[in-house]
Design a protein. Structure first.
Length: 307
């Protein structure tokens, strides 16, 4: 398997794993959870070094995952109080955890080089260098990991589809019919945290956050059906992976940056050309309303003159 194909498959699987969850985050107005997780994992990295005296990727990812889960649970707990909004809850939790990590480094690890790029904030171009052999075929380790994560996320969404849908659009109704919205919210956020941390090591935090939010926001502009929104979010993720890689190769530029830019361009295109919610469609609708209003005013003025 070529290096280019492994990079595209890795990015596409990230787009799949995040695309399955991203629409629910956008609809629940907690889209920046991925960005919060990318900062909140720092104390986990420091804790692993202090306890195990190692900087190898596997224990670091485990420590980061623990604090990622603590982050999303803290955010959800604050939201559940209804004293602060979702954006405020995110803004309260992750700076606290990030600050804890900074204090840990300055107090206990000031003389140690913790290479976050090589442990958690990965680079997608390095994906082919970490390979495993399956059935005699050498493939990137990230492809296997992300395929498993994508399958788990798909299982979660399919198994709890009705419950997730009801609790996303009408938590009060979901509560009355026996669904536990708070439990589903925590389960969803934990899945996001684990997905984000595992993907960070392979493709980098920026691309994960981009593919978690931008494809879902793009799909939100294009359809009002949840299943179609999820499918479109996954599709935009794959288009970003393929087109972004091709653009990066042509321009000799950052692969992750090119993929993120393609995703952003897809959103801008949807923002302009969406049949119902796009800026062009809204401008046409406003123009038609003004024409009808002017016609009605002229008709009314003509009737008064005749009278």
């Amino acid at each position: 398997m070529s290096d280019d194909l492994q990079i595209i498959l890795t990015a596409g699987l990230v787009g799949t794993a995040t695309g399955l969850l991203g629409p629910f985050l956008v609809l629940r107005r907690v889209a920046l959870v991925g960005d919060a997780v990318s900062h909140a994992v720092l104390p986990g990295i420091v804790a692993v070094y202090l306890l195990a005296h190692t900087r190898s990727p596997v224990p670091v990812v485990i420590g980061a995952s623990v604090f990622a889960v603590l982050c999303v649970l803290g955010i959800d707990a604050l939201r559940a109080t209804r004293l602060v909004r979702s954006d405020a809850a995110i803004g309260l939790v992750f700076p606290a955890l990030f600050s804890l990590g900074v204090l840990g480094i300055s107090r206990y690890a000031a003389d140690i080089h913790l290479d976050l790029d090589s442990t958690i904030y990965g680079e997608i171009a390095f994906v082919p260098f970490q390979a495993v052999t399956i059935g005699g075929v050498e493939v990137a380790r990230s492809i296997v990991e992300l395929a498993i994560v994508s399958l788990l996320n798909l299982t979660l969404v399919v198994a709890l589809w009705k419950e997730l849908k009801a609790s996303t659009f009408d938590p009060g109704f979901a509560q009355t019919i026996g669904i536990r919205p708070a439990l589903l919210s925590r389960l969803l956020l934990i899945a996001v945290a684990v997905t984000a941390v595992i993907a960070f090591e392979s493709v980098g935090a920026i691309l994960v956050v981009a593919l978690l939010i931008v494809p879902a926001a793009t799909a939100y502009l294009l359809t009002d059906r949840l299943w179609a929104m999820v499918a479109l979010a996954v599709l935009v993720g794959w288009v970003s992976a393929v087109a972004g890689h091709a653009g990066a190769m042509a321009a000799d530029a950052s692969i992750a940056g090119a993929m993120g830019l393609v995703a952003a361009c897809a959103f801008l295109l949807a923002l302009l050309a969406s049949p119902r919610h796009g800026l062009v469609a809204r401008a046409i609708t406003r123009s038609r309303r003004r024409r009808r209003l002017r016609a009605a005013l002229r008709a009314g003025g003509g009737a008064e003159t005749a009278a």
